[in-house]
Each structure stands twice: as structure tokens, then as C-alpha cells.
Design a protein around this ligand. Structure first.
Ligand SMILES: Cc1ncc(C[n+]2csc(CCOP(=O)(O)OP(=O)(O)O)c2C)c(N)n1
Ligand SMILES: [Mg+2]
Length: 332
């Protein structure tokens, strides 16, 4: 069961391409707006933007079915939008307002949606990995054929708890897709300075977990790999690892000196590998959409994002009494 690289692509229709274009653009414009609001002092604390990595969540959500679960790190806004959470609720949470998903008390890294099966939002590097296996354990126990997407970064992949989780997930054949979002950096540390293997997915071999590297800047390749991984999990064959080779365009968080890579490096990826530009090209060259069609989509997305920012600004701050609510849950 040696892991292998895959560049397989699924056949996609024009409608699908337009859907991915729209979804990726929503994430990008939303994140750009969040960056602006941060600059204006409307968002405080930590804020990690997902710009550059949009194809990963959009491709994997296209491979998911109703009831499947997702859990990720603090770089989580894209995951929330891709699984259908309301941009208004996400933006209001970023600005610490009552209308936010955690009533303004969680912020960027701590949002959840039971309805969309989104389990956070976790600030401790790799802490979501064992939790993701736990979610999959519950599904296996209930025998409901659901799959959990457990996302983590290349830096997180060096945490010990990831390998304890791999062991248990393999031992119990848990229906979990481990998605390594390898954006090549963990804060200011390049992968090659911190990680013993260039292909992190190969580490699953020691536990008998199959996996593959995927071009994480190609939404169709992501979707195809996601479908394969999900089918494996749903068939009761246990976990699967997808290592998404991707790239983050912005700093690690809003305070990042950016001294660990050159501007040229970022520019080159933007020019040569950008996921949204790639789909745009396919739409235009395949005659699936005109420049005007795409402009109209752009406008539509901008208005959704602007409405989310307006909602976030107008929503009040939580009342002081809220400091004492939602701390403990009643055990039933
Ligand atoms: C246990 C723990 N150690 C250190 C940190 C500080 N920290 C926050 S993000 C990060 C880098 C993680 O990088 P990676 O897993 O590649 O994810 P990315 O930020 O690239 O999405 C570190 C070291 C933390 N939050 N938790
Ligand atoms: Mg990283």
C-alpha cells in the first residue's frame, strides 16, 4: 500500500467550474475585507487569512456529502464559508459582535456551526487532529457512514499527537480524511527547515494509512482526490491522508514581519499557480463564460462581502452580562 502521487483530474462541467469560481472568490474577497477591517481596528486579536489556499476547501467540500464533518485550525474562515456558513455571522464574530457565530465571544479562531457540522476553529497547533479522530469515532460507533475532514498544517504535522492519532485511527479503521494543508511555512519557518520529509503524506505508511500528494492549487485535482479519499473512508477501509501542496499569500497572521521569504517568491506563485486565475482561464478559454459574466459574478460576491461587513459593523457588542454565559454546559 505504498502512497503514490496523483495528478488525476475529474471531468467537470461549466456549471461546476462556475460554482468553484464563485466559492473561491467569495473566500478571497471575504479575507481581503477582513484584512481591511483589521487595519481599521475593527477586528482585534489574532486573525489568520486563508488567501492563496482557497482551492483546498472548495475542492474538498465538493467531494463531501450532507452530514460529513469538518474541523480545522485557526486559519479557518475559508472552511466556514466553503461549508455554507453565513458570511455575516463569520464577519460579525471577527469584529466581536453579538451577531457572530459565538455571539462575539470567540473571535477568528473559535467559531462553530452544529447545523453545518463545523467543529472549529482551534488555536492550539494540531489539537484539532485527535478531536477530528474522535468525531470519526462517534460516526463509526453510530454506523452512519459519515466522514470527517480533519485539516492541519505542515507545521502541525510535526506534533506528536498527530501520530498518536494516526495510530488509533488506523487501528480502529476510523472514517477520517486527514488533510495536510502544506502551505510550505509554519509561521516564519520553511518546511525544509523543520520537516524531515518533503512529502509529509508518506508518514502514514508507518501506520498503514494510504495517502497522496495533491496539487492544492487545482480545485479539480483536489475534488478528484477528495472523492477517492471519501470513498475509501465510507467503504469502511479506515483513514486516508491527502497532502495538499498549497501556498499562503499573506503573512502568517496580521502581524508578520515577512522576512523569511522574498516578494518574488510570492509573486511567482500568484502568477503561475493561482487557483482562481486557473479556473478563470478554463472558463474563458472553454467558452463557458465571457468577461462580462465573470465581472457580474465579481460584483455579486463583492456585494455579499460588503453586506457582511455592514452587518458586522452594525451588530452591537455583546452585553457585559454575556461574560458569564456559555461557559459550562449542563450535562444531560
Ligand atoms: C501548541 C502550539 N505551539 C505553538 C503555537 C504557535 N503557533 C501558532 S501557528 C504556528 C505555526 C503552525 O503552522 P502550520 O501548521 O504549518 O499552519 P499554517 O499556519 O501554515 O496554516 C505556531 C507555531 C501554538 N499556537 N500552539
Ligand atoms: Mg503551514
Amino acid at each position: 500500500m505504498a502512497p503514490k502521487k496523483s495528478s488525476k483530474k475529474s471531468n467537470v462541467s461549466a456549471d461546476e467550474l462556475l460554482k468553484y469560481y464563485r466559492e473561491m472568490l467569495l473566500i478571497r474577497r471575504f479575507e481581503e475585507k477582513a484584512g481591511q477591517l483589521y487595519g481599521m481596528g475593527l477586528i482585534g486579536g489574532f486573525c489568520h487569512l486563508y488567501i492563496g489556499q482557497e482551492a483546498v476547501v472548495v475542492g474538498l467540500e465538493a467531494a463531501a456529502e450532507e452530514g460529513d464533518k469538518r474541523i480545522t485550525s485557526y486559519r479557518d474562515h475559508g472552511h466556514m464559508l466553503a461549508c455554507g456558513m453565513d458570511p455575516k455571522g463569520v464577519m460579525a464574530e471577527l469584529t466581536g459582535r453579538e451577531g457572530g457565530y459565538s455571539k462575539g465571544k470567540g473571535g477568528s479562531m473559535h467559531m462553530f456551526s452544529k447545523e453545518k457540522h463545523f467543529y472549529g476553529g482551534h488555536g492550539i497547533v494540531a489539537a484539532q487532529v485527535p478531536l477530528g479522530a474522535g468525531l470519526a469515532f462517534a460516526d463509526k460507533y453510530l454506523d452512519n457512514k459519515r466522514v470527517t475532514f480533519t485539516y492541519f498544517g505542515d507545521g502541525a504535522a510535526n506534533q506528536g499527537q498527530v501520530y498518536e492519532t494516526f495510530n488509533m485511527a488506523a487501528l480502529w479503521d476510523l472514517p477520517v480524511v486527514f488533510v495536510i494543508e502544506n502551505n510550505q511555512y509554519a509561521m516564519g519557518t520553511a518546511q525544509k527547515r523543520s520537516t524531515s520529509t518533503p512529502d509529509i503524506y508518506t508518514r502514514g505508511t508507518a501506520f498503514g494509512i494510504p495517502g497522496e500528494a495533491v496539487d492544492g492549487m487545482d480545485v479539480m485535482a483536489v475534488k478528484a482526490a477528495g472523492e477517492k479519499a471519501v470513498a475509501h473512508c465510507r467503504a469502511g477501509k479506515g483513514p486516508y491522508i491527502l497532502e495538499m501542496k498549497t501556498y499562503r499569500y499573506r503573512g502568517h497572521s496580521m502581524s508578520d514581519p515577512a522576512k523569511y521569504r522574498t516578494r518574488d517568491e510570492v509573486q511567482k506563485v500568484r502568477e503561475e499557480r493561482d487557483a482562481i486565475e486557473h479556473v478563470r482561464e478554463l472558463l474563458l478559454t472553454g467558452d463557458h463564460a465571457s468577461e462580462d459574466d465573470l465581472k457580474a459574478i465579481d460584483k455579486e460576491i463583492k456585494s455579499v462581502v460588503n453586506a457582511s461587513a455592514e452587518f458586522a459593523k452594525e451588530s452591537p457588542e455583546p452585553d457585559l452580562s454575556e461574560l458569564y454565559t456559555d461557559i459550562y454546559a449542563e450535562a444531560s
